[in-house]
Ligand binder design. Structure first.
Ligand SMILES: *Cc1c(COP(=O)(O)O)cnc(C)c1O
Length: 379
């Protein structure tokens, strides 16, 4: 089978081409490339979708996390609790701001931060907690919110992989992921569930004062033009991306459904394979499958990837080395951490192609080959 990809942006584009081309051409003829009406309209529409008061767009997901930390007014040396098992951006911005990342372990089933580890990691210096909704699975937010409230620690959701997801509270009420903590952050990187055709990101909050501060920091610390009240940065979403994102936002729920259907197909295909653990679906969470990530047992994972590649099936390891073991963060004492689940997951996770345009024939081809290769290698 030809042309299988982890994410097939080309096929998705061809399905929405006329709408997208028209929207982009409109921006070209308006020449309102920065801060035009498209950006404002997108922010308003995204706020309505998420059920959150303020959406502040910015240049990318990494900036969103950085600006969120800046808006909380943290001081050098303040501690920020994050999982080590995440994309590096979550932790990098903490170090960049001269704050101290404090790493916690994850649960092997959900791949998300373990609440007991978070509780144990809290000190007098803890000034923020960053839960990461990894692969599209929301962290169990209700007990985390309670802990944050008890200790008076703000919670910044890294929602880059879970936009469109829904969290259900014990009383049955629901919130969209990213709209639950003090500030939510997301990325519109092309391969994300709500991806643009370049870079983009956004922050969400229900707090009016924080919203104003986030917007100011993203815009050189100014509210009134040329009057700069605080040190900020230059982080903007451009109008072409916003125009495209407005179109894709209207399709986001359908896109998440398509990803879930593909995941259902895989789950069913792998359920009887003793050497494959399929992704856990937490009861509080409507999973949006940014990634479809298996844990494989009794096989050489490199060999699995090699044999899959021979069949034209791409696969990826997210992530082979966790943050606390990265050279970049060595000064934060990575070697002294004991994060057994994180270390274990580094060795056994493997992500398969998942996107909005996978056909049943492709899903069948991929899953049959995965089963066959794992069976063969585990003998
Ligand atoms: C993609 C991603 C980011 C960073 O987003 P960019 O837009 O690439 O800067 C941050 N955190 C997580 C978990 C991500 O997956």
């Amino acid at each position: 089978m030809q042309g299988l990809q982890m994410v097939d942006l080309k096929r998705q584009y061809l399905n929405i081409k006329s709408e997208v081309d028209e929207a982009i051409l409109n921006v070209l003829s308006s020449t309102a490339f920065i801060n035009g009406p498209e950006v404002k309209n997108f922010s308003t529409e995204l706020a309505a979708y998420l059920g959150v008061k303020h959406v502040i767009p910015c240049a990318n997901g990494t900036d969103a996390l950085q600006i969120a930390l800046m808006a909380l007014g943290l001081q050098p040396g303040d501690e920020v609790i994050t999982p080590s098992f995440t994309y590096i951006a979550t932790v990098e911005v903490v170090a960049l701001l001269r704050l101290k990342p404090v790493f916690v372990d994850v649960d092997a089933d959900t791949f998300t931060m373990n609440l007991d580890s978070v509780r144990n990691a809290i000190t007098d210096k803890t000034k923020a907690i960053i839960p990461v909704h990894l692969y599209g699975q929301c962290v169990d937010m209700e007990p985390l919110l309670a802990l944050g409230k008890e200790k008076n620690i703000p919670i910044i959701e890294d929602n880059a992989q879970a936009i469109g997801g829904t969290y259900t509270f014990a009383d049955g009420s629901k919130k969209k992921t990213g709209a639950i903590g003090t500030i939510g952050c997301t990325s519109f990187f092309p391969s994300k569930n709500l991806g643009c055709y370049g870079d983009g990101g956004a922050m969400f909050t229900n707090d009016d004062a924080l919203a104003e501060k986030l917007a100011m920091i993203a815009n050189h610390g100014q509210k009134v033009r040329y009057y700069h009240d605080m040190v900020g940065c230059n982080s903007r979403l451009d109008s072409i991306q916003a125009a495209l994102l407005r179109i894709k936002l209207r399709k986001l729920d359908a896109y998440c459904d398509a990803r879930r259907s593909a995941a259902d197909y895989y789950d069913n295909a792998f359920k009887n394979n003793p050497n494959i653990i399929t992704p856990f679906r937490a009861p509080y969470n409507l999973h949006v499958f940014h990634q479809y990530t298996l844990q494989v047992k009794n096989v050489n994972r490199d060999k699995v990837q090699e044999l899959l590649a021979e069949k034209g099936i791409p696969s990826m390891i997210y992530y082979p080395v966790s943050s606390h073991k990265q050279k970049m963060l060595a000064e934060f004492g990575g070697a002294s951490y004991d994060l057994p689940v994180t270390d274990f997951l580094n060795t056994c996770v493997i992500s398969l192609p998942i996107h909005t345009e996978l056909t049943e024939a492709e899903l069948q081809y991929i899953s049959e080959n995965v089963n066959q290769i794992i069976d063969q290698l585990s003998k």
